[in-house]
Ligand binder design. Structure first.
Ligand code: IMP
Ligand code: MG
Length: 180
């Protein structure tokens, strides 16, 4: 069966927001050389757009986590599948996330990256969902709040599908239907 999608944010709206975030980050990190750490795979599109909009020099590295398996519900368990290549000790680290849901992935990453003693640690996420049981995490830069419902496109997938879409959309069957 085909998955039906409900449009959420157009490519143009996302690009405008990315440019705005990049301006803020460029201002805040003026004179510094931050390391952008992308969380694979979902953040690869956001990171590549953000990187090209930054007016400051920076480095890029990636790590990969897994918390979802194949369903749209979090398993509650975070696993590191791929670690950083760079030594981030003494560096200004900016973690780049696609979406913060329960905050479990982020709190796990915050703990393990802070243990490597970076000079500073901040988070930029394109999306954040208000999660009733969410773990409290500090997010310095946020693109958009997301209502409930599973989002795909712009790097985000459902069972590895839809990452290539230039905009963001909801999986129709994940969105609560209003009661009749
Ligand atoms: P958390 O650990 O619950 O905050 O989940 C974070 C990760 O789960 C994100 O980085 C995504 O990879 C994935 N995720 C959470 N919500 C969605 C969604 O609506 N669409 C696609 N992936 C999601
Ligand atoms: Mg992610």
């Amino acid at each position: 069966m085909e998955d039906e999608l409900i449009p959420f944010l157009s490519a143009a709206k996302i690009q405008k927001k990315v440019a705005m975030l990049a301006r803020k980050i460029s201002r805040d990190y003026d004179g510094k050389m931050p390391v952008l750490v992308g969380v694979l795979k979902g953040s690869f599109v956001f990171l590549s757009d953000l990187s090209r909009q930054l007016s400051i020099p920076h480095e890029v590295d990636f790590l990969e986590t897994e918390s979802y398996g194949t369903s749209t519900l979090t398993s509650g368990v975070v696993r590191l599948l791929k670690d950083l290549r760079k030594d981030i000790t003494g560096r200004d680290v900016l973690l780049v996330e696609d979406i913060i849901d329960s905050g479990l992935t982020l709190s796990y990453l915050e703990r393990s990256l802070l243990a490597k003693k970076p000079k500073s640690f901040s988070v930029v996420t394109l999306l954040e969902r208000k999660h009733p049981k969410g773990v409290k995490v500090r997010i310095r830069y946020r693109g958009f709040w997301v209502p409930s419902g599973f989002v795909v496109g712009y790097g985000l997938d459902y069972n590895e599908k839809f990452r290539h879409l230039p905009g963001l959309a909801f999986l129709a069957r994940s969105v609560n239907q209003p009661e009749k």
